[in-house]
Design a protein around this ligand. Structure first.
Ligand code: EAX
Length: 333
């Protein structure tokens, strides 16, 4: 074989191999669909644990057909903004508290009523049961997909002014709340000045004294380093804060039945990982916060707080009816 012919044959073989390799990579790259998961607190939080479990489960079940990218700390926006992103398809999956959700799906406001749930077990039982599934199904009426209920935790009040033991101690304080009208009304009932604000703005607002305090579960107080700008923690446990794994219909509606099942299993894995982290921090978080210098007020009598926020329940019933509230109260959970 002449040298020129040999060279031409080799060049053709290399060219073919390169084309096939690029086609293979292109096919593989084309086949892998990237899925973004957004949440408003740090990756070392209980939502971060959920995001990692979602990623591991979906990438394993789909054998790499879906690759998940993690977007913590409000990098895709605050919770309300991310939910809006789901509706138009700029965000694929969000792990969020139910705080801003009522602005989109009013039926979920019932879950934000103060002192509705009395324990983690009861809340998880209701959300994992018929009532929880009914509320997840409601998301479809509002350009959202409810994949699974997750968990944020029982919320407590922190502030930089004084120990809070009774409602009168809250009076006059500027308290950041989520963008949730039920919570805002509850803090008005306590005589505070509620300031609704997205989570990514909170640390700076506390640091600058724009607000005196805020309310969040131990999980968030730890994950957002709020102990650096708050010295008083009052274990009021005034409301259970659900979280939820939401999907964008722009992504989810295009999935096959099998792929949709993968997303359901990944969301369930996220919930289990988040709840496990909440349980761990409920046991360890208060001691950690005391070590960081917070003064903790415990053994707070809930009765005066329940009385002070009673009007919220009455107004809720007037506006949304009593049926779902009574079903939750009378559930066997
Ligand atoms: O969902 O905004 C809040 O206070 C939430 O608890 C936090 O973003 C975690």
């Amino acid at each position: 074989m002449t040298t020129r012919f040999a060279r031409r044959t080799l060049a053709t073989a290399i060219g073919t191999a390169t084309t096939l390799a690029l086609a293979g990579l292109a096919f593989q790259a084309q086949a892998a669909t990237e899925v973004s998961v957004g949440y408003a607190i740090s990756s070392d939080s209980h939502y971060g644990a959920g995001s990692r479990a979602f990623k591991e489960t979906l990438e394993s079940l789909s054998d790499g057909a879906f690759t998940v990218t993690d977007h913590p700390s409000g990098s895709l926006g605050g919770e309300r903004a991310m939910i809006e992103g789901l509706q138009i398809g700029t965000v694929d999956i969000v792990i969020t508290s139910s705080g801003p959700l009522g602005n989109f799906v009013p039926e979920t406001y019932v879950l934000d009523l103060p002192f509705l749930f009395t324990s983690y077990e009861q809340a998880r039982c209701v959300l994992d049961g018929e009532i929880g599934q009914e509320l997840l199904d409601k998301m479809g009426d509002h350009d959202l997909v409810g994949l699974s209920w997750s968990e944020n935790g029982f919320r407590h009040i922190t502030n930089s002014q004084k120990a809070i033991e009774k409602p009168e101690d809250v009076s006059g304080l500027k308290i950041r709340t989520m963008e949730n009208r039920i919570h805002q009304q509850a803090f008005e009932g306590l005589g505070a000045s509620p300031t609704p604000m997205a989570m990514p703005e909170l640390f700076t607002a506390l640091q600058q004294g724009t607000v005196d305090g805020q309310e969040n579960p131990i999980t968030v107080i730890v994950a957002a380093n709020l102990y650096e700008v708050q010295d008083q923690l009052s274990l009021t446990g005034h409301v259970y804060s659900p979280a939820i794994v939401l999907g964008s219909p722009v992504l989810i509606d295009g999935l096959s039945e099998e792929e949709r099942e993968w997303f359901n299993e990944a969301a369930q894995a996220a919930t289990e990982a988040t709840r496990a982290e909440v349980t761990r921090l409920e046991e360890e978080g208060v001691a950690f916060l005391q070590e960081q210098g917070m003064t903790v007020t415990d053994n707070i009598d809930p009765a005066p707080f329940q009385e002070a926020v009673e009007a919220v329940h009455a107004d809720f019933i007037e506006q949304y009816g009593e049926e779902m509230l009574e079903r939750i109260r009378n559930s066997s959970c």
